[in-house]
Design a protein around this ligand. Structure first.
Ligand code: AMP
Ligand code: ZN
Ligand code: FE
Ligand code: FE
Length: 296
């Protein structure tokens, strides 16, 4: 049967990480936007998924693809970052649970170090202030606490006018309270995702900051050798030229094409859900069958 809806958004963040919209509200919104499919891909966690799954039962025309976004170790290019999306993961799989537990522990060690640096800069800030900025669950095992929440405290206390200024002055990579995250290797992230049944997809490849096509091709081939499934060709921050380039690479290397907005709610007010418009038809048949069955 033809799917009556045509557009998908396979990259979104909820309050389970640093988005401002709850998982269930995000599902409501995806249905209002008439999307055929939405993936919730919170940073380092799948804890938003059960609420989203429950809400998605109301909307037979909307497919929820359970996902995650993991930051991997990458130091080849100045300013370059590597984020890996897991799409269609099983949140109950032991490999993914283990990986998420590890990532949470790393954050629990890092957050007090950032707070201590902020305090040493004369800022009156405690971990409790930060936790108050984390909506959703009060259960420490079900929340991801990070720099975006700290930025909100800095804004509320008058140390910065905006989240962006809080990053520029205090929390960003070149700022005095920066503490880097311990990251998984790309192989570890990809293996964890693939072992949990998901497609491992390089998110927003533009952010790798590859200096030329040859470097990107080599990098993708290395990642394919450790199990990479796909490439996020469509993303709200890609130019049309970049999108075309990534589509060419995906075709050449037989990578699954995906796309999404990287929606964060009010956290990124200029990035609405469902933009760019990504047709359901870009999803390769094997994965379309897996995710959408005969509705694709
Ligand atoms: P964390 O995972 O705690 O390191 O926080 C990462 C998040 O902080 C990213 O997903 C962005 O939303 C945000 N972020 C990182 N760097 C910046 C920056 N320079 N300016 C604004 N937001 C940033
Ligand atoms: Zn984010
Ligand atoms: Fe990302
Ligand atoms: Fe993202």
């Amino acid at each position: 049967m033809e799917h009556p809806r045509r557009l998908i958004d396979l990259h979104t963040h909820s309050t389970a990480s640093d988005g401002t919209v709850s998982p269930s509200d995000l599902i409501d919104l995806a249905d209002r936007r008439k999307l055929a499919a939405v993936a919730i891909t919170d940073h380092d966690t799948t804890t938003g998924l059960p609420a989203a799954v429950a809400r998605a039962e109301r909307y037979p025309q909307l497919h929820l693809i359970p996902g995650i976004e993991i930051s991997a170790m990458f130091s080849e290019n100045p300013g370059g970052i590597m984020h890996i999306l897991g799409l269609g993961v099983d949140p109950d799989s032991p490999s993914l649970k283990k990986l998420c537990r590890h990532l949470r522990q790393q954050r629990e060690q890092r957050n007090p170090r950032i707070i201590a640096k902020l305090q040493s800069l004369g800022i009156d800030i405690e971990m409790d202030d930060v936790l108050q900025q984390v909506p959703g669950s009060q259960n420490p095992d079900e929340r991801i606490v990070g720099r975006v929440h700290m930025a909100k405290v800095l804004v509320n206390k008058g140390f910065a006018k905006s989240t962006q200024e809080a990053f520029d002055r205090y929390l960003g990579g070149d700022a005095p309270a920066f503490v880097d995250k311990e990251r998984l290797t790309p192989r570890e992230a990809i293996t964890g995702i693939v072992d949990s049944g998901g497609a491992a997809v390089i998110a927003h490849p533009a952010q790798l900051r590859c200096c030329n096509s040859a470097q990107l091709r080599r990098l993708l081939k290395e990642l394919i050798a450790v199990g990479l499934t796909g490439l996020e060709c469509y993303h709200s921050q890609h130019t049309p030229e970049q999108t075309r380039l990534y589509l060419d690479f995906a075709r050449e290397l037989n990578l699954l094409v995906t796309g999404g907005s990287d929606y964060h709610g009010l956290g990124k007010p200029d990035t609405p859900l469902g933009v760019p418009r990504v047709p359901l038809s870009v999803i390769r048949d094997d994965w379309a069958q897996k995710w959408f069955g005969d509705r694709a």
